[in-house]
Design a protein around this ligand. Structure first.
Ligand SMILES: *Cc1c(COP(=O)(O)O)cnc(C)c1O
Length: 362
């Protein structure tokens, strides 16, 4: 377990007058019920980041001209706090989220946020709202840090003011009925991101561009789309808002991080585990033709998505231009299952954490 040090402007705490009732997590829609407090911090050009504070969860007041509403100068992160069997509250590789937030910030011309503020803000907020971290198996407290451009100015250039906020919401099990393989539609028209664009960042704009294809797939009974590259729609990029991996001929193949793919922390952790288990890994370009051929000739043993929300999402079926390929007999594969069990074991503090990924917050 790693501990971080405080080297930051003191965080002011304003406690809520009244505490909300904690919801039952059975079937509550993701991200609709928020905890009692939030963390805020402001940025002004010439002054830098200042006034870190934990305050009661409440609406923001912003000018209708705030840059975020018009030009989407906005970035976010997604992470979870997990309750261990001992009752501790654990985060999974939070320093990676702080780093990625700053990588996104650089691309969107948002000022760098000192990592200490990210970590200390999380600790102060989760410390105060620790009762919001649920202890029912497979539940967690979802954490959403984000930065928005707040200057009231319609000119197209970087904002002079920003707001950094962290909000949290308790979430139920992602798989209330157990880990079941999903059906995926390969999208050959819309693209999520292009090289040179913002695909490697977590920015709202990427999501806005992805909603239409997701909606079309859902209407046809699929869980997610498999995204292809923006140039010739041949190379596989991601699945929904997850990274994607395939077990082909005994090797693990995953698209390389070439700018349009989001560098997932779950992806990175899976690759670390797989290397540790002796698997050969190929981070490379993978065409949809190669994938479909591998599915048809039996070389494709397993396929899964990786991301914080679902951790591991087994893929049982892919449809490309109307033709359906079944993967692994439509059942969850042994390696997919092992990755899921190992990662969730570490995240919830139940399995040995030999890479020291878990950080105790309180
Ligand atoms: C957040 C995200 C992922 C997964 O990243 P994790 O750090 O593993 O949660 C993958 N793809 C996209 C597009 C994302 O936004």
């Amino acid at each position: 377990m790693k501990e971080s040090v405080t080297r930051v402007e003191k965080i002011k705490i304003e406690r809520a007058q009244r505490f909300k009732e904690k919801p039952s997590l059975d079937g509550i829609p993701f991200g609709t019920y928020f905890s009692d407090h939030m963390f805020l911090m402001d940025y002004d050009e010439g002054r830098g980041w200042h006034d870190p504070r934990v305050v009661p969860f409440a609406n923001f007041e912003l000018s209708p001209a705030a840059a975020v509403f018009h030009y989407a100068q906005e970035i976010f992160e997604g992470m979870k706090a997990y309750r261990s069997p001992k009752g501790d509250v654990l985060l999974f590789r939070p320093a990676e989220n702080a780093k990625r937030l700053n990588s996104s910030a650089e691309r969107l011309c948002i000022p760098q946020l000192p990592e200490e503020y990210f970590m200390e803000g999380l600790k102060a907020l989760i410390g105060l709202d620790r009762d919001w971290v649920p202890s029912i198996p497979d539940t967690s407290l979802y954490i959403r840090p984000f930065i928005i451009a707040t200057s009231a100015q319609l000119g197209v250039h970087a904002s002079a003011q920003y707001l950094f906020a962290i909000i949290t919401c308790p979430v139920g099990s992602y798989y209330p009925e157990g880990l079941n393989p999903v059906r995926i539609l390969i999208e050959s028209d819309d693209v999520r991101a292009v090289r040179g664009g913002t695909g490697y960042t977590k920015c709202g704009g990427n999501y806005a561009a992805s909603i239409r294809a997701g909606q079309r797939a859902e209407n046809q009974g699929y869980s997610q789309v498999l995204w292809l590259d923006g140039i010739d729609r041949r190379h596989i990029e991601e699945v929904g808002s997850m990274n994607v991996m395939f077990l082909i001929g005994g090797k693990v193949v995953t698209p390389a991080l070439t700018g349009s793919v989001l560098p997932g922390i779950t992806r990175k952790s899976c690759l670390d585990l797989l290397r540790d288990w002796g698997y050969e890994i190929e981070e490379r370009a993978l065409t949809v033709d190669e994938l479909v051929a591998a599915a048809e000739n039996g070389a494709l043993g397993e396929a899964w998505g990786t991301g914080t929300a679902a951790v591991i999402s087994p893929i049982g079926e892919i449809t490309y231009r109307g033709s359906v390929s079944i993967i692994g007999g439509g059942k969850i594969g042994a390696l997919t299952r092992k990755l899921y069990d190992t990662l969730t074991g570490i995240q919830w503090g139940k399995t040995e954490d030999k890479f020291a990924w878990s950080v105790k917050v309180c």
